[in-house]
Design a protein around this ligand. Structure first.
Ligand code: ASP
Ligand code: MG
Length: 432
């Protein structure tokens, strides 16, 4: 057990430019004496840009190489601003990108998700090379670790599932001895690898989860996510006024809100931390002295209403063709199909002969699902919906949320209310 190890996660927004990286270093300087594992994401919007490279390569549009060069140039530019013209980091960045150039030279792989992971991982590999080199140059000795040597996943590309016993063993063997020896350990968020050493990713925004994996494996004393907001807020400040920061939150509250779309933390982050009672701090990298939010084992207290919104929802309405009841064997069959596609079910409801599920509309999963069950069921899909989850709901909050929306499905369990909504078209709104 290492009681003083801390794990920090810095997301893309914190390292989006040279000023950002310098700010990260200034935060880390204060922890010079601490055993620290630092998990860093790709710079800024790099992952989005790399997704375009993947698409271009798959479509053979001839643009993939050009798009990649622009991304590489952004990394060189960042390195120039931090290191000047001459530093070995330029060779390292080049080596990191060269492997990808080879991939792009070849025919696109038939498995899109596999190809995706082999390409997008370069974002984290490159950003961590730069940040590690800069820390070393600023007199903060830092060991760069390849997260793929540590995090073992299954081979479901783009959403690799962590193989825990192997990952724990590898973390202890590889990272354990590096921690604390008057140096920082720095690694990539978001990426892992299969037993055959193919790169996998853990799902978009998965770097928080990576930090939680390291925290769990090495029994960290605490984990901190450094964000551009002061902590966990009661709702997304881009969508709501009067939001306030929560000083403390239970794991339970945090997992419920993040699962349903509170974007502040990746939803998978909480479980490994809860399992070992590792406290999670969410703090601002803009105001590092701020208190932030502490997520821990505290007994559920009274909370203000909290709102999370998940967009890109599809409501799938399923009914039997022959008027037979939607009985257990149907439900079990439908769930087998849902599980095969790893779809995220957010709400479900059934009547005598119908069953409705609200799912996240990712890629073509909903269409695949509909296709798979079309023989036995009538399927109706409504897309482009929002799922609004309100915890500790109060009537006025709900009333405000309902304004201008058509409610397609509503559910209340104790103090949690969930609404699947569609915007009222403007013309109709006038008529009401
Ligand atoms: N770079 C990845 C993404 O943008 C992972 C992360 O940021 O957490 O999704
Ligand atoms: Mg990110």
């Amino acid at each position: 057990m290492n009681h003083s190890l801390k794990v920090f996660k810095f997301g893309g927004a914190s390292v989006k430019d040279a000023a950002g990286v310098r700010n990260v270093v200034s935060i880390l300087e204060r922890y010079r004496e601490h055993p620290l594992i630092i998990v860093v994401s790709a710079m800024g919007k790099t992952t989005n840009a790399l997704e375009m490279v993947v698409a271009a390569h798959a479509e053979k549009s001839g643009k993939a190489f050009e798009l990649l060069q622009a991304i590489k140039e952004e990394h060189y530019q960042l390195a120039r601003e931090l290191f000047g013209e001459d530093h070995e980091v330029f060779d390292t960045i080049n080596d990191t990108f060269v492997e990808l150039e080879w991939v792009l030279d070849e025919e696109p792989h038939s498995n899109y998700d596999y190809m995706y992971d082999q390409i997008v991982c370069v974002g984290e590999l490159a950003s961590t090379r730069i940040v590690a080199a800069f820390l070393n140059r600023q007199g903060l000795p830092t060991e760069w670790v390849d997260a793929r040597d540590v995090i073992l996943t299954d081979d479901i590309f783009r959403e690799g599932w962590v193989q825990w016993p192997e990952t724990v063993e590898r973390a202890r063997k590889i990272v354990g001895p590096l921690v604390g020896a008057k140096q920082f350990v720095l690694t990539q968020g978001f990426i892992g690898s299969t037993t055959e050493n193919f790169t996998t990713t853990l799902g978009r925004e998965g770097s928080d989860y990576t930090a939680a994996i390291f925290s769990y494996c090495l029994d960290a004393e605490s984990m901190t996510i450094w964000k551009d907001v002061p902590g966990v807020l009661t709702a997304d400040p881009r969508k709501f006024e009067n939001v306030s920061k929560l000083d403390r939150l239970s794991y339970r509250e945090a997992i419920e809100m993040t699962y349903y779309g509170a974007k502040v933390i990746h939803p998978k982050t909480i479980k490994p931390l809860q399992n070992k009672s590792i406290p999670l701090y969410v703090k601002s990298f803009i105001d590092p002295a701020g208190e932030g939010t502490l997520i821990s084992n505290e007994v559920d207290d009274t909370y203000p209403p909290m709102v999370a919104i998940e967009t890109d929802q599809a409501l799938v309405h399923i009914s039997t063709r022959d008027f037979s009841f939607v009985a257990e064997h149907h439900i079990s069959y439908l769930f087998t199909k849902i599980a095969e596609l790893r779809m995220q079910v957010n709400i479900m409801q059934n009547t005598a002969i119908s069953f409705a599920v609200c799912v996240s509309d990712i890629d073509d999963k909903v269409d695949q699902f509909a296709g798979n069950i079309a023989q036995d069921f009538k399927v109706m899909i409504t897309r482009g919906l929002e799922l609004i989850t309100v915890r500790h709901a109060q009537p006025e909050v709900l009333e405000n949320l309902r304004k201008g929306k058509i409610i397609l499905l509503e559910e209340r369990i104790r103090n949690t209310v969930q609404l699947v909504v569609q915007d009222v078209p403007v013309l109709q709104r006038k008529a009401l």
